[in-house]
Design a protein around this ligand. Structure first.
Ligand code: AMP
Ligand code: DBH
Length: 562
């Protein structure tokens, strides 16, 4: 038998003086996830914790299931401290698995259902995962061949557990019985899980969050959103995402003793009947989905009158659309501007309409430190746009296993450089202007230009490529790849198929491909990737063809090029 490999330790530490201040102020209370589950299972034993297509579990049942899974995973051979990639869609078992991992002191690494081989292998390798838990199939995609491929590429991945028909893997429903008691509760400053960043440069980074810091954001979010045991939350976005997980999301609702309704798809046809049936009070959407709901609601015939609050976040929600939420849906809009690294801003439910419609809110905590700086690092005048930097009681100080990203993303005094350009109004509300880094915010999914360019360059008929965002009426932004062919240009459809074939998540495949004869360079013959992308984008938009080109057809090669 091989001796166990030492794994990189998981840490998230704030300087002592900050940690002491956050505890003294009552932000960090020492609460942990296993203790939270036990407490709620005792206080709300018979109330409904989670509803699925044909499941309805009480808090007591959720706890029993979680603890059974915890015991089973340890009996299977996983050991406390091991990281486990979780790729589970919006089904009740997401919660039993997540809490099961917490109770076993295993560390979830949250993947999205849309992720494919490239992303899962990256997450598994970067986190040194020993386990992978997935659902058998989701939205017509069989995840088990994906799991086979991932296991082949990650020899350290000792245990693959499937929810549903397990095929060659272990079945969640048939884990071995617990071999002993569950481990003692973790320390509240331990890393509870690894959340993932949208990845502004290259592949996703891993975000270690502690019990103390994350549960503070969850508790405070639940309070800001006025959650009670009567709250019913529709999880419409993929719950692994930080927004529906914690702002206040499924965790905020469970913290308050409310009910989570797992929605398999955010489409009105699926979501509206569930809202009516379960009397949903709150849900969260990204802007394109909010637009779709606004369009579908008036003629849907479903009773949406239970809805009290619609949250919109993940990308900028335009004021014109924001204004329509109350008249059309009869509920309060809450804008949410957050990031998996920490800082979350909300408009408050009783803010004036003007604030709710035109701003992205203000931070959760009085201890959130927010800087708005110019390019030289000096504070801008109030109301002027600048780079948003932040630190605080639930904003990380470092990514896991990524010294280069840490050097870029954090200042020496511990501020996180968000990459967002915002302006702060005199009343403290933030308005998102855009961002400084080259990523595409496609309906809330962040896509790194660099990562996609790398995949394009792997094609034998691609000489060079630059990926940019273009405005899109529906998605907010769509991705466009400018490609210089090497020889005969490949067909755009073939190029897209090539990228999917490399195991890339579908949402990262460029929406549009434009062949150009060359990239313009400066007199010195050099141009930075960022300048190049900016110029391609500007020239393309100047030709006035951007927003009326359907997202899935590639424009023909324009004459002349940049
Ligand atoms: P992620 O790295 O995936 O956690 O994405 C966080 C980023 O999403 C933020 O830094 C913003 O760029 C963007 N974002 C989130 N919410 C909003 C919002 N309400 N308005 C504009 N941008 C947003
Ligand atoms: O986009 C995000 O990452 C996001 C948006 C709203 C987020 O992480 C959050 C709220 O917590």
């Amino acid at each position: 038998m091989n001796p166990p490999r030492p794994m990189l330790p998981l840490r998230q530490t704030w300087p002592d003086a900050f940690a002491a201040a956050y505890r003294a102020a009552g932000y960090w209370t020492g609460e942990t996830f296993p203790a939270l589950l036990r407490d709620r299972a005792a206080r709300f034993a018979h109330r409904t914790a989670v509803v699925g297509a044909d499941q309805r579990w009480s808090y007591a049942e959720l706890r029993a299931r979680a603890e059974r899974i915890a015991g089973g995973l340890l009996a299977l051979g996983l050991a406390p401290g091991d990281r486990v990639v979780v790729q589970v869609p919006n089904i009740p078992d997401f919660l039993s698995v997540m809490f099961g991992l917490f109770c076993a002191r295993l560390v979830p690494v949250y993947a999205l259902p849309a992720h494919r081989q490239v992303e899962i292998v990256h997450l598994a390798q970067k986190s040194e995962a020993r386990g992978y838990i997935l659902a058998d199939r989701h939205e017509g995609f069989d995840h088990r061949p994906l799991a086979e491929a991932v296991r082949g590429a990650c020899p350290g991945l000792a245990h693959v557990v499937v929810i549903g028909e397990a095929g060659p893997f272990a079945a969640l429903d048939a884990l071995p019985p617990a071999a002993g008691p569950l481990p003692p509760d973790p320390a509240p400053d331990e890393v509870a899980f690894l959340q993932i960043s949208g990845g502004s440069t290259g592949l996703s980074k891993l975000i270690p969050r502690t019990h103390d810091d994350y549960l503070y954001s969850v508790r405070a979010s639940a309070e800001i959103c006025r959650l009670t045991p009567e709250s019913v939350y529709l999880a419409a976005l993929p719950v692994a995402h930080n927004f529906p997980m914690s702002s206040p999301g499924v965790l905020g609702v469970l913290h308050a003793g409310g009910t989570v309704v797992m929605c398999p798809s955010p489409a009105p046809a699926t979501a509206f009947p569930l809202i009516a049936r379960e009397r949903v009070t709150l849900t969260g959407l990204v802007p394109p989905l909010a637009l779709l709901w606004l369009q579908a609601a008036p003629s849907s015939g479903h009773d949406l009158s239970s809805l009290e609050v619609l949250q919109v976040g993940g990308a900028k929600f335009m004021p014109e659309a924001a204004r329509r939420v109350r008249p059309v849906l009869g509920c309060t809009l809450q804008q949410v501007f957050g990031m998996a690294e920490g800082l979350v801003n909300y408009t408050r439910l009783d803010d004036p309409e003007e604030v709710i419609v035109t701003t992205q809110g203000r931070p959760i905590s009085p201890a959130d430190e927010v800087l708005v700086l110019d390019d030289a690092g000096n504070p801008v005048a109030e109301g002027e746009p600048g780079h948003l930097l932040t630190r605080g009681p639930y904003t990380i100080r470092a990514y896991h296993n990524d010294p280069a990203a840490n050097a870029r993303a954090f200042t020496p005094d511990g501020y996180y450089r968000t990459g967002d350009v915002v302006l702060r109004r005199a009343d403290g509300h933030l308005v998102v202007q855009g961002r400084a880094s080259d990523h595409i915010n496609r309906a809330g999914e962040k896509i790194s230009a660099e990562e996609i360019e790398d995949h394009l360059l792997a094609h034998p008929q691609v000489f060079d490529a630059a990926v940019v965002s273009l405005p899109d009426a529906f998605l907010g932004e769509r991705s466009c790849a400018f490609v210089i062919a090497g020889g005969e240009p490949p067909r755009p459809a073939a190029l897209k198929a090539f990228m999917r074939g490399r195991g890339l998540a579908d949402f990262k495949v460029p929406d549009q491909i434009v062949f150009v004869p060359g990239f313009a360079t400066t007199a010195v013959g050099k141009v930075s990737r960022r300048e190049l992308r900016a110029r391609l984008r500007a020239d393309f938009l100047a030709r006035g063809t951007a927003d009326d080109t359907p997202a899935d057809t590639a424009a023909p090669a324009p004459a002349g090029g940049a």
